[in-house]
Design a protein around this ligand. Structure first.
Ligand SMILES: Cc1cc2nc3c(=O)[nH]c(=O)nc-3n(C[C@H](O)[C@H](O)[C@H](O)COP(=O)(O)OP(=O)(O)OC[C@H]3O[C@@H](n4cnc5c(N)ncnc54)[C@H](O)[C@@H]3O)c2cc1C
Length: 301
């Protein structure tokens, strides 16, 4: 446990204030212990912080960061069980070594397994929901530990039962298929090249797509582009020149800068195109009064 820990370094946006108490458990057993001590209190769970806007005013609740929970084991030839904090890209590499296909897209996603399952991560025709078998969770409301199968998870576009119902994913089990390693490598290269060409890299601090696409063939990024939002700025936050659904922290941006930009983008699209966009990134922590007002305009789930 670390006291007065700055969450800034633990988000890909490089924004976030202090949390008074942060746990970095190394095993499921350690999580059980934390749960026994503090389950009744609220607990904020963070994986790699790649889909988060953490308040610059900090987080009141205790925070649990899963990055040290990264063990995995194979069950038979085609099934893998991993702890929640394993990096998504590392899972993709482990599967490549065993010639298993199904999660190549994770090679380009800077999150953890727990975050990927919670958000039902996907890209270019592959998605967590296609290969997930089950997860072990702690229900943070009741402290009960249980197994949820694929149907219980109710995975849909960037959403799941887990997030809506405050469950902490401990482990996830995936069923893959054997394939030619050359084909797996090619798919991974496709994902990495596509990102290199179309998305800002993490040398420009960002949290991926800010809003969900409103329809399958209507991309939020394209709507922002048509709105002329590229390069819009609020304080030290700006809309990426490369992809207008990505927001960049150019230095010392605050969560309020990002929230203000999101508000301009959201209301601009609503006025011009009539879409009430749903936020893809999650706000965590203590909002300022202005942030609270802004976030009331966004549906999150
Ligand atoms: C450059 C870039 C590109 C991206 N591209 C994509 C993409 O193509 N497709 C895509 O789907 N996403 C993409 N993302 C978004 C993000 O990487 C994914 O959603 C990722 O899976 C989130 O994982 P995380 O560990 O960082 O989660 P966090 O950001 O830490 O958390 C996200 C949510 O998951 C919850 N959570 C995390 N771990 C657990 C757990 N163990 N148990 C319960 N809840 C948990 C958190 O409480 C929070 O609500 C991108 C992000 C970036 C920065």
């Amino acid at each position: 446990m670390i006291e007065n820990y700055s969450l800034k370094e633990h988000t890909t946006l490089k924004i976030g204030g202090i949390s008074k108490i942060v746990y970095f458990p190394k095993s499921v057993e350690e999580i059980y212990a934390i749960k026994n001590n503090s389950c009744a209190e609220k607990l904020t769970v963070i994986g790699e912080g790649s889909n988060l806007l953490v308040s610059s005013q900090g987080v009141e609740e205790k925070v649990l960061i899963t990055k040290n929970m990264k063990k995995h084991e194979f069950i038979g030839e085609e099934t893998i069980k991993t702890e929640c904090g394993l990096k998504s890209a590392n899972l993709a590499k482990i599967l490549l070594e065993k010639s298993l296909t199904g999660l190549e897209f994770l090679i380009g996603i800077p999150g953890s397994v727990g975050g990927a399952v919670t958000m039902n991560s996907s890209a270019h025709g592959q998605a967590i929901e296609d290969v997930i078998e089950a997860v072990e969770v702690i229900d943070l409301n009741t402290c009960e530990i249980k197994t949820l199968n694929k149907e219980d998870l109710k995975l849909c576009y960037r959403n799941s039962f887990v997030e809506k119902n405050r469950h902490l994913i401990l482990t996830a089990t995936f069923k893959l298929k054997k394939a030619n390693p050359k084909d797996i490598m090619e798919k991974m290269e496709f994902h990495l090249n596509y990102r290199k060409q179309n998305h800002p890299s993490l040398t420009e601090s960002n949290a991926g797509s800010t809003f969900r696409n409103p329809e399958r063939k209507v991309h939020a990024g394209r709507l922002f582009e048509e709105l002329g939002a590229k390069n819009w700025r609020e304080g030290a936050a700006k809309v990426s020149e490369k992809h207008a659904n990505f927001l960049i922290n150019t230095g010392d941006a605050t969560s309020l800068d990002i929230s203000r930009l999101m508000y301009r983008m959201h209301s601009g699209v609503k006025e011009k195109f009539g879409y009430d966009l749903i936020a893809e990134i999650r706000y965590v922590g203590v909002p300022t009064t202005e942030e609270e007002e802004i976030w009331k305009n966004f549906t999150v789930h």
